[in-house]
Design a protein around this ligand. Sequence first.
Ligand SMILES: *Cc1c(COP(=O)(O)O)cnc(C)c1O
Length: 428
Amino acid sequence: MTITTESTLSQPSLPDEYTSIESEVRSYCRGWPTVMDTAQGSWVTDVDGRRYLDFFGGAGALNYGHNNPALKQALIDYLTSDKIVHSLDMATVAKTDFLRTFNDVILAPRKLDYKVQFPGPTGANAVESALKLARKVTGRESIINFTNAFHGMTLGALSVTGNSMKRAGAGIPLVHATPMPYDNYFDGVTEDFHWFERVLDDSGGGLNRPAAVIVETVQGEGGVNVARAEWLQALEQLCRKRDILLIVDDVQMGCGRTGPFFSFEEAGITPDIVTLSKSISGYGLPMALTLFRRDLDVWTPGEHNGTFRGHNPAFITATKALETYWQDSTFSDETLAKGTLMRDLMEKMAANRDGISARGRGMVQGLKFEDADLAGAVCKAAFERGLLAETSGPADEVVKLLPPLTTSEADLTAGLEVLDESISAALG
Ligand SMILES: *Cc1c(COP(=O)(O)O)cnc(C)c1O
């Protein structure tokens, strides 16, 4: 089965502007060399009318699909009535409504007594503010991060990111961060925590007392590495015992990707600081939040500021998303059921072939290829068949799927059939 119906279409291509004007730093348009035009739900259409089923999902920014009708209407209504769009962090009706709804629908029912900070509108900015706050609260410099972590491209966020190519881009030493093995880093041979606990306790261990630990519950960019609930619980206990702050970076796995609103809910842990971005606006509009325990709120006014903190159109769609999807557990239950469907089909694809294994939680699922080059070849074959999926992992050896959570079961099944064909095509 192929999704693209018109067989008479020419090969997709990019206009010259992309090579002659845009910087070499561009990336996604290289793997998907066509001009995207319209998008609705889980489908994107290019300028020639080719349709693509989107299992990339804006890298996690499109959990409710492209141009979600409920969110779009709220946004249109806001814009057509000349409501204020840009207001830095002044008080606005849109902001009041967001704060109230976020508290009533998300924080209060989960008994999370967090203050809400609006950093600049990117995930990296939420991470920067989390690290700054942890350092300010504790008076300590060093941060513990994990192997294969991804936290963003600014210097502080890069310092706690694993990928050596991205780190090299900094051009200066990235300091005050110490990587520890993520869950299952040693394939279960060594209990990963021993190392961390040992060096913390050992006066000869050479580890400065850390301000905080920053962790993803599932490493998205790092290759869909899933931490077990027990591992996260042990990490929380270790932080509590030694008075180290626990930061969960939920930029990609939050907003329902793994089922519950926060990805750490399943493990029953309560981080001291949480970062959210990507799908928090619900519409693909830039927005980020840093959440932290009330008693950690030691900021002085304006100490971490920025021009685009509090983008009102993003507040409007964010509030609408919370009202539409998070008033009860229906949406998260559906996500878990769809995640199981994805996982079952992907386990089958892996079981039929050598050198492929399935991994993931909720609606973030991946296939790891022992031959790393195959993962890229599969994504290329998938694109040719009308399916968008990207690779992740240190060697780009994992095909990572992040379909919008609103994707129908029929589309999920159809997309996974295309993936199956793409693997066969890549294996040749
Ligand atoms: C994407 C991502 C970031 C960075 O977000 P940007 O908006 O790209 O700055 C940080 N942490 C995690 C876990 C992410 O997936």
